[in-house]
Ligand binder design. Structure first.
Ligand code: ASP
Ligand code: MG
Length: 448
């Protein structure tokens, strides 16, 4: 059994769903269970409709609702009409309630946004049937049982796995089960969601609960690359990467997948594949629980621009305790994540991505230290298996950096990551030189 998850763009139209059907048909022998997102931008639209209703703009809310309904009719087979009509009828009643309520409590956020996946799972199942696939829709809310943290619910694994085993597994022997991602319900039957983008998470939960051989996340890229194509084109596909390495890369715009979402799969040692629905013959990237040895010390170079460097210097830090605590307390109070940190005896350098409260933070820092700030910096993050343990790697990396000034270096405890900070204008040059150098020869087991 395999789980195949398709995102919003993959099911945004009849045509797109037909392409998904072709991909699924090719894999019927592996007995796929299909998890789908809402069609196209439906989740956003549903939330916009609710926002208008709550703001008292009933006319606008119903205008948008009618447009969303028309969109669903237009992209569905005729026999989906009844289902679409009944869902939108219910939804209209909810919108009326919101107009009265004038607020949007979390239970309603989940209720409203659940309609996207409820509709898409029916429509995809019906379209599959039209195209000759024996498909059956299962309401994920009957199976994915969660806690009550609306809009960011966590599954109750024991219950959820038991439901998957009892309800989905037998059906999946005979049919292609189609389930909506993202949605679930509490034990007492209230609709919940797993947080925005939660369909990948559903894919992993379903795969883990069914003991699938593989979980496939179908997107619109060929998987992970050796470097960010927006910075330096011509990267190679990474065929296999460890979960820990993928997690190190996630922050750096490698927005293919949020690794936290596949934890249930990793716990059960089920590989997760990133595949391209626009190029289904590409083998994509396989994320595995175990480490992935590789002749190249680095598997991928990720980067992030628009970074701010904050240098904090104080003699009071010398031999004192509690100083770092005071610094981080300030960032904490302004809810500003700190990404990379290096320290010396009398200084701390750190980087932040979100500079919304930079002025206030600096003002507070200046009460305990000297502070200087450099904006428009860029982080380069090299991720690979055991960078730290391999002698000579650092030398070759810094050689490749040539005359680019490295302002900060950090090697993480995981030993999978070496991060450097450079001026924003040096980024392209540095990455392209690093890429040429680190991927001059490729371990064929890992790269394409
Ligand atoms: N439809 C939901 C969202 O847009 C979940 C998902 O697509 O993953 O956030
Ligand atoms: Mg997504």
């Amino acid at each position: 059994m395999i789980v195949m998850k398709f995102g919003g763009t993959s099911v945004e139209s009849t045509l797109a769903i037909a392409k998904v059907a072709a991909i699924v048909k090719d894999r019927l022998a592996q007995r796929p269970v299909v998890v789908v997102s809402a069609m196209g931008k439906t989740t956003n639209k549903l939330l916009e409709i609710a926002a208008s209703a709550v703001a008292g703009d009933r006319v606008e809310a119903f205008r948008m609702l009618a447009a969303l309904e028309a969109f669903h009719y237009a992209e569905s087979p005729a026999d989906a009409s009844e289902i679409i009509a009944s869902h939108f009828q219910e939804l209209s009643a909810v919108v009326e309630e919101l107009v009265e309520l004038k607020e949007f409590p979390p239970q309603y956020v989940d209720l409203v946004s659940s309609y996207g996946e409820r509709l898409s799972s029916h429509i995809v199942a019906l379209t599959f049937q039209k195209l000759g696939i024996d498909a059956v829709q299962v309401d994920s809310r009957a199976v994915i049982i969660t806690d009550r943290r609306h809009a960011q619910a966590s599954p109750l694994y024991t219950r959820t796995y038991a439901k998957l085993e009892a309800q989905v597994k037998p059906l999946a022997q005979k049919y292609v089960v189609v389930m909506g991602g993202f949605i679930g319900s509490t034990q007492d039957g209230f609709t919940t969601t797993l947080g925005r983008g939660g369909s990948d998470f559903t894919g992993a939960i379903v795969g883990a609960g069914l003991g699938a051989e593989e979980i496939q996340i179908w997107t619109d890229v060929d998987g992970m690359l050796t470097c960010d194509p927006r910075i330096v084109p011509g990267g190679h596909r990474v065929k296999v990467i460890s979960f820990a390495e993928a997690a190190e890369l996630a922050y750096f715009g490698a927005k293919v997948l949020h690794p936290a979402t596949v934890v249930p799969a990793m716990e059960k040692n089920i590989p997760v594949l990133i595949l391209n629905s626009k190029n289904p013959s590409s083998e994509g990237t396989r994320i595995v629980a175990d480490r992935v040895p590789c002749a190249n010390p680095v598997k991928s170079i990720a980067c992030k621009q628009g970074i701010t460097l904050v240098n904090i210097v104080s003699l009071r830090m010398l031999m004192a305790h509690g100083f770092l605590h005071r610094i981080f307390d300030i960032f904490n109070r302004y809810r500003t994540p700190v990404d990379v940190v290096t320290t010396s005896e009398v200084s701390v350098s750190l980087t932040i991505d979100n500079k919304d409260n930079l002025a206030e933070i600096c003002e507070e820092l200046r009460q305990i230290a000297e502070v200087n700030v450099e904006e428009n910096q860029a982080l380069i993050c090299l991720v690979g298996d055991a960078i730290r343990e391999r002698p000579g790697v650092a030398l070759s990396i810094f050689k490749a950096m040539g005359d680019v000034n490295v302002k900060m270096i950090s090697q993480s405890a995981s030993s999978l990551n070496l991060t450097m900070l450079v001026a924003g204008e040096d980024l392209k040059k540095a990455v392209s030189s690093l890429h040429n150098h680190l991927f001059a020869t490729l371990d064929a087991a890992v790269f394409d």
